[in-house]
Design a protein around this ligand. Structure first.
Ligand code: DGL
Length: 243
């Protein structure tokens, strides 16, 4: 496979941080980052022409990950956040090999859910994430837990379509959750699902904790930028790009 972008290591702290996802999901990660690091500049790339990722094949998503990461780096990003669990599961190792930049992936928050003492855990993911070795290794790392993987077919598309009124996906989500016993914890293993965390919390009530990986992603980003001496104190702009 050939890619049009060349790896360039950016060492300028005033350069923006690049984020990408298939669409609106990664905005939840961007939001967390902007709160934690308000003095950075950000570029958010939504690969709308190829959304949703979760119903496509691994080769295609690997190609999109190479393209989007390459574009952000060649446009000057000092770090790239793959704000998408699906693209991370498929491509983050290949991206790190291909590009000499800071690359942060999105991993479902299974570890914090397990550490909280939850025994029965539902992990909602896209169908493509559900079959990735990287993801399955994470699930199998906790053999003493009862982790049920739920491939939520079509849910990311519905959220994308109803982003102005996520209440519109309530029936679809509740029909999906009703097929499973009530767990101790739910892990949102797709950044799109963070937009409907409130619906899921309402469905189960206060006894079931709902986890997303956004804070973990942003903590890793902050640590890597800090170690590389690349934290900015002068920025604060956000630019959105679609391809
Ligand atoms: N938001 C992405 C994820 O975290 C992709 C969802 C999709 O496009 O299917 O998996």
């Amino acid at each position: 496979m050939r890619f049009a972008y060349i790896s360039v290591m950016i060492t300028d702290k005033s350069s923006p941080i690049g984020f990408y996802d298939s669409g609106v999901g990664g905005i939840t990660v961007l939001d967390t980052a902007m709160e934690a690091m308000p003095h950075e500049d950000y570029v958010y790339l939504a690969d709308c022409s190829h959304a949703p990722y979760g119903c496509r094949g691994s080769d295609e998503i690997l190609g999109r990950a190479m393209f989007c990461t390459g574009k952000l780096i060649s446009d000057g990003a000092k770090a790239v956040v793959v704000a998408c669990n699906t693209a991370t599961a498929v491509a983050v190792d290949a991206l790190r090999k291909a590009y000499g930049a800071i690359i942060i992936g999105a991993e479902p928050a299974i570890k914090p859910a397990c550490k909280s003492g939850a025994k029965n855990i539902l992990v909602l993911v896209t169908p493509l994430t559900a079959v990735q070795d990287r993801f399955l290794r994470l699930v199998h790392a906790y053999p003493d837990k009862n982790i049920t993987v739920v491939p939520a077919e079509g849910l990311a598309s519905s959220i994308e379509k109803h982003i102005d009124n996520t209440e519109a996906v309530r029936n679809e989500v509740y029909a999906l959750l009703s097929r499973y016993s009530v767990p101790d914890a739910v892990v949102l293993g797709c950044t799109h699902y963070v937009h409907i965390a409130r619906l899921i919390k309402d469905y189960y009530g206060a006894g079931v904790r709902v986890y997303d990986g956004n804070k973990g992603i942003v903590d890793r980003l902050h640590n890597e930028l800090s170690s590389a001496g690349l934290l900015n104190v002068m920025g604060g702009r956000v630019r959105f790009v679609t391809v």
